[in-house]
Design a protein. Structure first.
Lengths: 343, 343
């Protein structure tokens, strides 16, 4: 399986994340990629390519223009305003407040386009986000061109990013870009399966009113875990998209026997949808050792996950999402790929 | 003029505030009170009293029950969940997300009830917030009992707190509690004049659909300054409250000649409303030396502010809000009171 990976992810390396009320080194850090790359090489995934540069036309088609404009200039505006540290949004347009009036000052704009304060914007964030999207786009192109599957080793991740929101370490929705690419190259229907521990709120939001892209997500129940305000089972889509959104929230402490049943249900749902291509939002933070998650999957379970996904027999693009247990993120990620290949 | 002040404010002393992307000592700190007290004593305001304990029935009548329950147990839940630092909310229910489903975990709940991440909750926050509200309640009772005016030296401040939201250093809306107290003691109409540099979004939200409480606010334009998502001039009230909300947003750098014109307009508006009592949300961060604000009022201007407010001739309760230029917060605050007294 070909892997698309760009060293440019290193440009995004925030020094701070607010966690437990303290400023800590971010859990989503560049070394995650090193562990995944090392494991890929150890397991003879030798076809590792840099992606083509990002197709900005596709990004522009997916995202809100004001949001893209914000991402492009945020760091320069933040520094021009004299701010000492990294850009952390602090004020949010919550209920009862103006929902569609982006402020003009950079701290106001940041809050307007953000959904969570743990995510810092740095000098290299926009650069890295574009190259992360490029990995998803090149992987999609490779599969559209005839390959069975490809792995986009994206960083920063994407599934929390909506068309006009960043947060949860995400800026551009890589999985959504890949899905749209299949659509624009002739696939009538595309399915996105999100196995990250956290609900893919951004992906759901992007496709919520559409009937051509099914979004199915296995994740921790929003009552208990980030992103807290999306991911309920009764969010089933709206308008033309009614029935095209399938959430499988599970309580903290969920073990693989329960998780696997949800996976089988989601896979059956995708099969019935008659998708012509499949995007996997591949987070491996359902792992029992993840420092910010609470599911109990073991490393061996991820092999089984890949095997079950393969049963769909669909052209498949894997997009890297979360997974923060540094010493196991490589093993768990590659286990999914190997399970898929050894179907 | 009698002053109500409680030493219990010291229980709320967060060690950290996110500012400019860094964790800094909060601008809203206990020593603000010491400077105001010192200046009060220097200028012979000798009638400084501790308030009666908070009237929780009035607080309960004003606030969302889930929000009050959250405030009461937030710190214990935060520590029971094993969090190392102070409670800082990081995930927010912004547009496109669930607006009316409070999560069950403490970090989710905090985000649900918060509008800005600069505000930490600590062990003593709820205790201090109650005593701050008590100051406003005792000051209102004193004026209801016949005094011309009283000063509630509230800390933490209140005007950013809605019935179900904290943030901007605020937890309970002291000014709103004072206004409601006049209403429940026979005043048909009450006006709240907010002269803090920042828009009193919480107060506006509480009275937005009511015709018995006029809210008028002079503040920095939300396009440029906190709270960013409320405070526009076209927010004029709704339903029965249409016309009962008057915002006077002004650009960064506004000087007293412009500000004073807005004040006169607001005062005329209050006069025409035929209010029977007046609450002043007394922030003095319009001062030119304020570290987090951008207006250009000089200390002497605050005397004139008090003098103009006095022309309304209404029973008046001053509730302390913001003001972060430590070495001038006492002078500026007391200048307003002296201008009022020497009408």
């Amino acid at each position: 399986m070909r892997v698309y990976y760009s060293e440019h992810h290193r440009a995004h390396f925030p020094q701070g994340e607010i966690s437990e009320g303290l400023m800590v080194t971010p859990f989503e850090r560049p070394s995650r990629m090193e562990f995944i790359l090392a494991r890929l090489q150890e397991r003879a995934f030798d076809d590792i390519m840099p992606p083509d540069p990002v197709d900005m036309a596709a990004v522009t088609a997916l995202c809100d223009p004001g949001y893209l404009s914000f991402l492009q200039t945020a760091w320069d505006e933040w520094k021009a305003a004299g701010n000492a540290g990294e850009l952390i949004a602090t004020s949010y347009p919550v209920r009862g407040m103006q929902q569609s009036r982006p402020p003009l000052s950079i701290d106001g704009k940041a809050g307007y386009y953000c959904m969570a304060a743990e995510t810092s914007i740095t000098q290299g964030t926009w650069h890295a986000a574009q190259w992360s999207a490029a990995c998803a786009q090149s992987a999609a192109a490779h599969v559209i061109g005839g390959a069975d599957a490809a792995f986009a080793l994206c960083r920063p991740p994407g599934h929390h990013a909506a068309a006009d929101l960043y947060g949860g370490y995400c800026f551009l929705n890589n999985a959504a870009l890949a899905a749209e690419q299949f659509r624009s190259h002739g696939a009538a229907k595309v399915a996105i399966l999100d196995v990250d521990f956290h609900h893919g709120n951004g992906t759901q939001d992007i496709f919520y009113d559409r009937d051509d892209v099914l979004f199915a997500s296995l994740h921790a129940a929003p009552e208990y875990e980030f992103p807290y305000f999306l991911g309920y089972a009764d969010e089933t889509g709206q308008g033309a998209g009614e029935g095209g959104n399938a959430n499988y929230p599970m309580p903290p402490g969920t073990t693989y026997d329960v998780w696997q049943n949800a996976l089988d249900t989601a896979i059956a749902r995708i099969g019935a949808f008659e998708a012509e291509a499949l995007i996997i939002s591949l987070g491996v933070d359902a792992y029992k050792g993840d420092p910010i998650s609470s599911f109990k999957l073991d490393s061996a379970d991820f092999i089984d996950v890949g095997r079950r996904i393969a049963r769909l027999g669909l052209p498949t693009v894997f997009c890297m999402e979360g997974g923060y247990a540094i010493d196991h993120v490589g093993i768990n990620t590659v286990n999914v790929l190997e399970g898929f290949l050894n179907r």
